[in-house]
Design a binder for this molecule. Sequence first.
Ligand code: DC
Length: 234
Amino acid sequence: MHIPDIIIAVDGYSSTGKSSFAKMIAREFGFLYLDSGALYRGVTLFAIEKGMISADGKIDVPALEAALPSLDIHFGESETGSLTYMGDRCIEKDIRTLAVSGKVSPVAALPQVREYVDRRLRFLGRRKRVVLDGRDIGTTVFPDAELKIFMTADVGVRAMRRMTEMRSKGEDVRYEDVLHNLQERDYIDSHRKASPLAMAEDAVVLDNSRMTPEDQMVWLRDIMRKKFNLTDED
Ligand code: DC
């Protein structure tokens, strides 16, 4: 399939497998993959480490906003895919802990933080042939994206997947805590004022509760064929 120069936006709920799917698409089509959640997680890690979030969860918003212009969070490539960096330091592992997951939604709700992330994403996506995953890519960051996918799955299935992933990385987490964190994030992400998680009108829904990654690629190729009039000889 010859893939046109497009932007693919993959939005949806936490732990629906957006990043795995987006990475598969990037590999298959030779696109650049941009993980917008990693940028929000990077900002959150920075705020935690600088003591800008108090024990009761209060964020020192003026201090964080003042630090944003000089905050260098970016992506680098490795054999295993895209990695997130803060300056020279690889923060890929640090940003996936429950400590960061538990604080990221309120940080991502701050308009200045969203502007910071949006600016970086638009710059990185300016040449097209990118696939991005997030919550508001198709609605806010790239409203003109040629293909918008909205992913959803049963919350119990999502919690189980996230727990398995975290345990495989050595984090000792309980199912109930992961489920609670997911439900809380779903709520905050969908109810915040600044670009809440919402489905773009022209998005196609993918419910992968009972789909394998391979099923998803079959689904995608079918959508691509129809939407862009592609044939397998293209
Ligand atoms: O996809 P993720 O779980 O790594 O995202 C982490 C958090 O960042 C998530 O709770 C919501 C927020 N986020 C967002 O608000 N907008 C995006 N485009 C991506 C993530």
